[in-house]
Design a binder for this molecule. Structure first.
Ligand SMILES: Nc1nc2c(ncn2[C@@H]2O[C@H](COP(=O)(O)OP(=O)(O)O)[C@@H](O)[C@H]2O)c(=O)[nH]1
Ligand SMILES: [Mg+2]
Length: 414
């Protein structure tokens, strides 16, 4: 104690105290490692570092992860658009497999019935099931739940085989000529409008030929879409020769350096023979104006027609060479399973799908996204109403009176 009261002792205690305080300060100021990783904000303003990613719980399913670059919005619309088909097909498959203990003939039979009644069609269902049975046997599958993945895989494989993309811009620098065909009401004009808007957004100059001259309202409908998309419309009087309209549109496109010509056509004439003759004339005439045209003959099929769409496709394909299919109105139907039949039974690639009435509802057909939207687990988008329901709001945004378009469309339909 005497030592502590001596000057030397006081000095030693003071130094010792300073050392301890210094060490405490140094410790307090040291940044934790994660703070360095986050870029070293001031302590106190930091939120806790994110928990490390969890390891996947189960073996990853082969169903691909939803593309989420845009926060899943685009994919969400696809899920929403396919909700009815999902309910008809996939939710019933889930009900079928639930509680089943083994894969037996009864299960295969029920699955067959379910697919046939989902517009997959008898023949295509047969092919799908044959392939599934072979794989189930090869992989010695015993759990019915595994058949769900197998069904998704088998459907994806068949869809991959039929997916295609629109013809590329011709390398000679001239316009690409697209002729759009299909029965009345299939969605030709709407698809043309959406397509024109898409090309336009890519910075291309678009001309639309109002080639359904059979009815005045059809020409007006094209004019409305042309205005909406920012595309020039070439039109003649109602009742005039559609081949002449197409001729003038392609001539104008070549002369003015346009990039894309899209020709609308009639879907119904006095007779089917008349219609097919008219379409082949359009085909010949655009080929005369521009060598190699049409570069694309797009057949628009209405998915709500289910199996009938297949019969229509066969007729058009045999009369005019169809190079691609646009399958519309998938949002309004439980019959989307027809796309699997189209893949199997027609030798024509599906290039576009329509999942609603808004411009963004025309999509390149992506089999992976399609199968994910049907078989994926996220039902959050369901029940929010169809894609058509909120199309009107966007129509306003585009500066087009929704009534104007609906009215023209209705008159044309009527
Ligand atoms: N819900 C929905 N409606 C569509 C789609 N495509 C077209 N339609 C509607 O189908 C109707 C007929 O379309 P339209 O383009 O006039 O058919 P067209 O006779 O072949 O030219 C119109 O009311 C369109 O808005 C789609 O993908 N989804
Ligand atoms: Mg039309």
């Amino acid at each position: 104690m005497e030592f502590l009261q001596s000057p030397a002792g006081i000095a030693v205690v003071a130094v010792a105290l300073l050392a301890v305080v210094g060490a405490i300060i140094a410790l307090a100021r040291r940044k934790p490692d994660w703070e360095d990783a986050l870029g070293g904000e001031e302590p106190g303003t930091l939120t806790l570092p994110a928990a490390p990613p969890r390891a996947p719980k189960a073996a990853p399913s082969k169903v691909p992860v939803a593309p989420a670059a845009d926060g899943g919005k685009v994919f969400g619309r696809l899920v929403n658009g396919l909700a009815r088909t999902k309910a008809q097909m996939v939710n019933r498959v889930d009900d079928l497999f639930r509680g089943r203990k083994k894969i037996d003939e009864d299960l295969w039979g029920s699955l067959e019935e379910l697919l046939v009644t989902s517009d997959v069609g008898i023949r295509t269902t047969g092919v799908l099931l044959e392939s599934m049975r072979a794989r189930a046997a090869r992989e010695e599958l015993a759990d019915p739940q595994r058949l769900r993945d197998l069904l998704a895989d088998t459907i994806r494989e068949s869809l991959e085989g039929c997916a295609g993309t629109l013809a590329a811009q011709p390398s000679d620098g001239g316009p690409i000529v697209i002729v759009v065909v299909g029965v009345n009401g299939a969605g030709k004009t709407t698809t043309i409008g959406k397509l024109a808007a898409r090309y336009k957004a890519e910075g291309r100059k678009v001309i639309i030929a109002a080639g359904d001259t059979f009815r005045a309202a059809a020409i007006e409908q094209v004019a409305v879409w042309g205005k909406r998309a920012g595309a020039e419309v070439v039109r003649h009087e109602p009742g005039s020769d559609p081949a002449a309209v197409a001729h003038d549109a392609v001539t104008a496109a070549v002369a003015r350096g346009a990039d894309v010509v899209i020709c609308d056509t009639a879907g119904r004439l006095h007779s089917k023979t008349d219609l097919m003759q008219e379409l082949s004339k359009v085909h010949r005439v655009v080929g005369k104006v521009r060598e190699g045209a049409p570069h694309e003959v797009l057949l628009v099929l209405d998915s709500t027609n289910g199996q009938n769409a297949i019969a229509q496709a066969r007729e058009f394909a045999s009369a005019v060479g169809v190079t691609g299919i646009a399958l519309t109105k998938l949002d309004g139907t439980a019959k989307g399973g027809v796309i699997v039949a189209i893949a199997h039974e027609l030798d024509i690639p599906v290039k576009l799908i329509g999942i609603g009435e808004a411009v963004e509802d025309l999509r390149d057909f992506d089999p992976d996204a399609f199968v994910q939207a049907l078989f994926g687990g996220d039902d959050s988008a369901l029940g929010r109403g169809g894609n058509s329901a909120d199309a009107a709001a966007r129509d306003d945004e585009l500066g087009i009176a929704a009534e104007e378009l609906a009215d023209t469309s209705a008159r044309y339909q009527g």
